[in-house]
Each structure stands twice: as structure tokens, then as C-alpha cells.
Design a protein around this ligand. Structure first.
Ligand code: 1PZ
Length: 215
């Protein structure tokens, strides 16, 4: 590994990455999107090793996207819109069951997209939380209202158990490294709309092409 000491990072920088995903004509830049996920994984790892089974899957999906971006048709992966067009036009997506293209950009990104909805819900709960709110409850509720429906029972069980190990609200806010509670809330007020926007545009794109249930 490299010798540069890890800088203390702030979740603000990570969440702001999702702002830089959006181009002027409402397309989403794959590179910034993937970078946002890198930052989220880094944040999650700072919460403790119990979360590593979750971040491992995210890291794996980030790596699949990077491989596409660095491949010979990498230019086709510049935006989510160009990726969808390229993969569909060239029959590079398994539509019914996983077969020749188990690692298409479309199906891989869909998993991150669904997780982004969880993040949006969780951040919104954190934003409106009070001192006695429990992070584990907020996280579990957000999960049950989004991602859980796509997960097998055993994964739901493991995820829910991991959530119980989340630090309490005060410690969680400290790990975010944004400052006081007021500063955390202000940051969330600023960042959540970008995450919502990125989510909405992706959802619409996938809906238009009938890709929301990719195996
Ligand atoms: C702060 C606490 C972190 C909570 C993270 C909430 C997400 C819980 C997801 C738990 C499941 C992880 C195990 C892997 C599941 C995979 O089967 C699925 C489907 O992929 P497939 O099998 O079809 O290839 N993967 C996902 O649904 C994507 C999960 C990515 C999790 C990344 C979380 C990063 C969050 C950062 C938090 C700040």
C-alpha cells in the first residue's frame, strides 16, 4: 500500500460527489457516480469491520464498473445513459436470467442504484432525527422500505444484525466528520437533493428501458 497517510475525510465531500454526477443536460457521469460509492465504502469501513461483508459487495460492484470503464469500449460508459444504450444495442445485458452477461454494467449499476434509495431514506431520517433517535432503527427502517425487498432472507437477517452494531447518533455524526449537529443537518439539507436527483434520473432511465428488474 502507499505511504501517504490517510487524510481524515468528511462525509460532506463524499455526498457532494453526487452533485458532480449531473451534466448540464441531465445525464449522469459514471465516473463521479462510482467515485461517490468509493467514498461511501470508505466511510462505511470506518464504522468497523462488522460492516465489511456489506462493503465487500459494494467494492466488487465498483470494480466491475471500473473494468467496463477501462475496457476497449470504455468511452461508451461515460454516462449511465450512454452505457444503457451501448449495452442494449449490443445485446450485452441478460434480461431474463443471468447467463452470458452476468456482470453487465446495467445490472451491476442497478444494485448500486437500489442502495442509493436506501441511502436517501437513511440520510433523510438522520436529518430529521432527534437526540434520542437510534441510528440502528433509522437504518433498519430505511432498509426495510427499500433494499430489503430485493434481498434473500439470509441477507436481510445479516444486514439487520449488522445495523444493530451501528454507533449511536452522536458517535455516528462524529464519524461523519462534518462538525456540530447543526452543521451535519445543514450538510444533509444541501446534499440530499442531489442524491434524490441522481436517483430519480437513473430510475426514470431504467424504467424507460424496462431494466428495473434485471436479474
Ligand atoms: C451504515 C450502515 C451500512 C448499511 C448499508 C446498507 C445496505 C445493506 C446491504 C446488505 C447486503 C450486502 C450483501 C450483498 C448483497 C448482494 O447480494 C446484493 C445484490 O447483488 P447481486 O447478488 O445481485 O450481485 N447487493 C446489493 O444489494 C448491493 C449492496 C451494496 C451495499 C453498499 C453499502 C454502502 C453504503 C455506504 C453507507 C454509508
Amino acid at each position: 500500500s502507499d505511504s501517504v497517510p490517510e487524510e481524515k475525510f468528511s462525509l460532506k465531500e463524499v455526498l457532494i460527489t453526487f452533485q458532480s454526477c449531473l451534466t448540464d443536460n441531465q445525464e449522469i457521469l459514471t465516473d463521479s457516480y462510482v467515485n461517490g460509492w468509493r467514498g461511501l465504502v470508505r466511510f462505511m469501513n470506518s464504522l468497523g469491520s462488522i460492516f465489511s461483508f456489506i462493503s465487500k459487495d459494494a467494492v466488487n460492484k465498483i470494480q466491475i464498473m471500473v473494468t467496463h470503464q477501462n475496457g476497449e469500449n470504455g468511452d461508451k460508459y461515460e454516462t449511465l445513459q450512454s452505457m444503457v444504450k451501448y449495452e442494449l444495442d449490443n445485446n450485452l445485458v441478460d434480461l431474463q436470467r443471468r447467463a452470458e452477461h452476468p456482470e453487465s454494467g446495467c445490472r451491476t449499476l442497478l444494485r448500486l442504484h437500489r442502495t442509493l434509495r436506501w441511502l436517501e431514506l437513511f440520510l433523510e431520517k438522520l436529518r430529521t432525527s432527534t437526540e434520542d433517535s437510534k441510528t440502528s432503527v433509522m437504518c433498519t427502517d430505511a432498509y426495510n422500505d427499500s433494499l430489503a425487498q430485493y434481498h434473500a432472507w439470509i441477507i436481510r437477517k445479516a444486514a439487520t444484525m449488522a445495523f444493530c452494531a451501528l454507533p449511536g447518533r452522536a458517535a455516528f455524526f462524529q464519524t461523519m466528520n462534518v462538525g456540530s449537529t447543526e452543521q451535519v443537518v445543514a450538510m444533509l439539507v444541501e446534499a440530499i437533493p442531489f442524491i434524490s436527483k441522481v436517483y430519480e434520473i437513473t430510475e426514470e432511465l431504467y424504467k424507460q428501458h424496462n431494466l428495473l428488474e434485471l436479474p
